[in-house]
Design a protein around this ligand. Structure first.
Ligand code: NDP
Ligand code: 8X3
Length: 251
């Protein structure tokens, strides 16, 4: 069956690796993000394999989300059956008493409200086109808090709750809902969290072999390529060197 996916946060890391893997497997892709040059480059690369279109919007901007989805041609609107809610990031790593309220806003607005806006905008297409599947990027951080994780943790606990709720509410509509819960993945995630501080970002991954974005793309592709009657509800994928949000084996 021909599949078409709408992937948020495809300009980097897990979203970009997922767009590539989907395209290599013949899945047409709508790629989204805010960095136009990266969207252009990925569109050019993947259009050699499948149909691709790029949408530039900030998931925190409710009107922009709906306008972007509405701007798709009928061809796309009549074929999208997979939504990968991947866009998201951590902003800061600070104890609750020291943390910046703007960082709290960015995480709640992006990781939670952004996911809700995109889901509400794309869901009518999934319902119309059949064989619908929503894949949400949760995290081990959405199952276990860690010191200074506070609102990032809260945003991913929300993704966990929203994923469970979607699975119940969409059951009778025939939509599958998968939550992928990665551990430490080496992407631009830490560079964003530490506001461009490369040294601090590198410390996150020092002395252990973190997951790659491709490892998580594999998990996402596994979930969306099961037989129609199989629903992968949740998948936590950790590096061998991680046991919890607080237990790492470093050299
Ligand atoms: P990256 O920072 O490499 O990628 C994040 C992507 O999200 C980028 O494409 C970015 O695009 C997009 N994005 C972020 N904020 C917005 C926004 N407001 N509007 C639109 N797009 C946005 O991180 P990862 O690939 O690691 O993260 C992807 C997902 O995986 C996130 O939800 C993250 O929480 C989750 N995750 C990551 C883990 C890790 O260790 N890396 C572990 C567990 C979960 P652009 O800047 O162009 O808008
Ligand atoms: C990202 C994983 O543990 O760095 O969700 O918060 S962690």
């Amino acid at each position: 069956m021909k599949q078409t996916a709408f992937i948020t946060g495809a300009t980097s890391g897990i979203g970009q690796a997922t767009a590539r893997l989907f395209a290599q497997n013949g899945i047409d892709v709508v790629i989204t993000g805010r960095r136009q040059e990266r969207l252009d480059a990925l569109e050019e690369e993947l259009s050699k394999l499948v149909k691709v279109t790029a949408l530039n919007f900030d998931v925190r901007d409710r009107a922009a989300v709906f306008a972007a989805v509405d701007s798709l041609s009928d061809g796309w609107k009549n074929s999208i059956n997979i939504l990968v809610n991947n866009a998201g990031d951590a902003h800061g790593l600070a104890s609750f008493q020291d943390a910046d309220l703007d960082d709290f806003d960015a995480m709640i607005d992006g990781n939670v409200k952004g996911l809700l806006y995109v889901s509400k905008a794309v869901l009518p297409l999934l319902l119309k086109n059949g064989n619908g599947h929503i894949v949400n990027l949760g995290s081990i951080a959405g199952k276990q808090v860690y010191p200074k994780g506070n609102v990032y943790n809260a945003s991913k606990f929300a993704v966990d709750a929203i994923s469970q709720a979607m699975r119940m509410d969409l059951l009778q509509e025939g939509i599958k809902v998968t939550e992928i819960e990665p551990g430490l993945v080496e992407t631009e995630f830490s560079l964003v969290r530490f506001k461009g501080d490369q040294e601090k970002s590198d410390e996150t991954y020092a002395g252990l072999e973190a997951l790659t974005a491709e490892d998580i793309a594999d998990a996402i592709y596994y979930a969306i390529s099961r037989p129609e009657h199989v629903q992968v509800a949740e998948m936590m994928v950790l590096p061998k060197a991680q046991a919890s949000t607080r237990d790492y084996k470093r050299d």
